[in-house]
Design a binder for this molecule. Structure first.
Ligand code: ATP
Ligand code: MG
Length: 543
């Protein structure tokens, strides 16, 4: 829960205190033209938390006023992601549900002399708009009569005109210093099939006309949106007022959340998906909520991160380290801890009975008994990390295994390396060691201090696993063209082993592998083909 105060809550509390509203109603209005990303989480959390805290509610409203780019796949994914974040909309609506009422309200504007059909070409319109320093020039169609406009608008709806041939425009002020008020378009023609209304309509309301009406129809009290809509607010208010909507929503803007070296434009993300550069919207490298979920991020971590960035009136950019810290903070308390060997090196304990295998019962978490325990096997044949062995100890700071040195294996015994076996390339492929039966973990043995503690997986029971590691998806800086910033080298695969006890792990099970980091079982993982995604490395490695 977002308990801290912020400028939006201050407004809401004043509106409740003055009796302006009895109930707070907000909405989250995504356009179903892509999957939600971490920036949307900022908006979702702000919309829902601003209402929940005052006993109000939030609608999910798909802003589907642009038929050509929208799709039911996105509609489904968006709701799934909102629920995953932990929020349930009170109602799920579509802007297209209101097309009829929007049309009627446009007719009202025409009757009031506040809207006209303009047959200027898009080029003429752009030219006549002027710029910040030059006032716009009224279109020659601005003086059309109410009757003529009513007839032409009806004909637009009936499909008498081609795409781009004409638009319905608001008649406001061609000299306004706010460009948005220079007779903005309200309706345009499009013959694209709409995902909801099919071919029923060939005129579609523009965002700036549709959005305030959607809010007013639903009785939204506070319409929270990102900063780029600030200059549109006078138009928003104009639309609600002049269409004579009984309920008057108030638009309030907040700063967008950006993340360092992360591109959140849906257009760009869609390009990555469509060009096959990533494996889909839920590719674990993507900043989408579904990608982050697949990678192993938890909704709690994302919520805590977003809330910790603070709600502000200016756009802000958070470091990726803040996001990673939030994930670690959450997972360190909840993820089961176990052992995995990612770059395996064989170890044979020459003094351990070939036919023997023993099991040690080990808790999954040192502080949380409710996470249970598992049996960790131990035998003559083990795997350790290649990185945890060197033939000759380089210096006294080296706290791993080397010839003649002794280390502790987590939860089991001390071992000493005596010999190595090389392959024909001169690489170490096996370490021969002995274990000391007196040093069994938990036996109270403490006479010797080993040269560090390393993890291992017993070989005969080890379960093969594929580990995916991810680098940043975007590299370079803002001076570069976005399409050149995709990091082709951002996905690395390793084949290693995990403990026997993890063989039944299911997608979305999360583990902290000792000394290796946090991992999530991928959704494509199967019993005989376990796939793990690295979520985040450990902050401080024990190495
Ligand atoms: P994009 O620019 O990536 O296409 P959008 O803003 O057009 O995103 P919408 O589907 O219109 O995407 O977004 C729904 C809501 O989420 C909007 O109210 C928008 O202001 C908000 N939103 C999107 N990105 C961010 C962000 N990075 N930070 C805060 N709010 C955001
Ligand atoms: Mg948008």
């Amino acid at each position: 829960m977002e308990n801290t105060s912020n400028f939006i809550k201050t407004i809401i509390e004043a509106d409740l205190a003055s009796g302006k509203h009895d109930e707070i109603i907000t909405r989250f209005p995504p356009e179903p033209n892509g999957f939600l990303h971490i920036g949307h989480a900022r908006a979702i959390i702000t919309d829902f938390e601003s209402a929940i805290q005052y006993g109000g509610y939030t609608n999910l409203r798909y802003d589907d006023t642009n038929p050509s780019k929208e799709d039911d796949v996105y509609v489904k994914a968006i709701l799934e992601d909102i629920r995953w974040l932990g929020y349930e909309p009170k109602n799920v609506y579509f802007a297209s549900d209101y097309f009829e009422e929007m049309y009627d309200r446009a007719v009202l504007l025409i009757k009031k002399g506040l809207a006209y059909v303009d047959h200027s070409t898009p080029e003429e319109m752009a030219k006549d708009r002027g710029n910040v320093t030059t006032p716009g020039k009224p279109s020659k169609y601005r003086l059309r009569s109410v009757e003529e406009n009513l007839k032409l608008f009806e004909e637009m709806r009936a499909g008498k005109f081609k795409e781009g041939e004409c638009v319905l425009r608001a008649k406001i002020d061609m000299a306004s210093p706010n460009m948005n008020l220079r007779d903005p378009a309200l309706y345009r023609i499009s013959y694209a099939e709409h995902h909801n209304t099919g071919k029923k309509w060939c005129i579609y309301p523009m965002y700036d006309y549709a959005h305030p009406l959607e809010d007013a129809i639903e009785g939204i009290t506070h319409s929270l949106c990102s900063l780029e809509f600030e200059d549109h607010r006078p138009l928003y208010d104009w639309v609600v007022r002049e269409t004579e909507m009984p309920k008057v929503p108030r638009q309030i803007e907040f700063g967008r959340l950006n993340i360092e070296n992360t591109v959140m434009s849906k257009r760009f993300l869609r390009e990555l998906v469509e060009s096959g550069k990533v494996k889909g919207w839920d590719d674990p490298r993507m900043p989408t909520l579904s990608g982050m979920r697949r990678r192993g991020y938890t909704p709690e971590a994302i919520r805590n991160f977003v809330i910790s960035t603070g709600l502000s009136k200016v756009n802000s950019t958070a470091g990726i380290d803040m996001l990673e810290a939030a994930v670690r903070d959450d997972l360190q308390n909840h993820a089961r801890r176990a052992m995995a060997v990612i770059n395996p090196l064989k170890v044979t304990l020459t003094n351990y009975d070939e036919n023997k295998i023993e099991y040690v019962e080990v808790p999954y978490h040192p502080e949380d008994e409710s996470l249970g325990t598992r049996s960790v096997p131990f035998s003559r044949h083990l795997y350790i990390e290649q990185d945890d062995f060197v033939v000759t100890k380089p210096n006294n700071k080296y706290k791993r295994l080397s010839l003649g040195d002794e280390v502790r294996l987590f939860n089991t015994y001390f071992i000493t390396a005596h010999d190595v076996i090389y392959n024909e390339k001169g690489e170490v492929i096996e370490v021969l060691a002995t274990y000391d039966p007196e040093t069994k973990s938990g036996s109270g043995f403490s006479l010797r201090k080993p040269n560090g503690t390393i993890h291992f997986v017993e070989a005969s029971k080890a379960v093969k696993a594929t580990f995916n590691f991810f680098g940043p998806m975007i590299i370079g800086d803002d001076s570069m063209d976005l399409k050149d910033r995709f990091n082709e080298d951002s996905w690395h695969v390793k084949k290693g082993f995990i403990e026997e006890a993890l063989k039944d792990a299911k997608p979305q099970d999360k583990f902290q592998f000792l000394r290796n980091g946090y991992f999530n079982i991928d959704q494509d993982s199967k019993e005989d083909d376990i796939i793990l995604n690295e979520i985040v490395p450990l902050k401080s490695s024990y190495k």
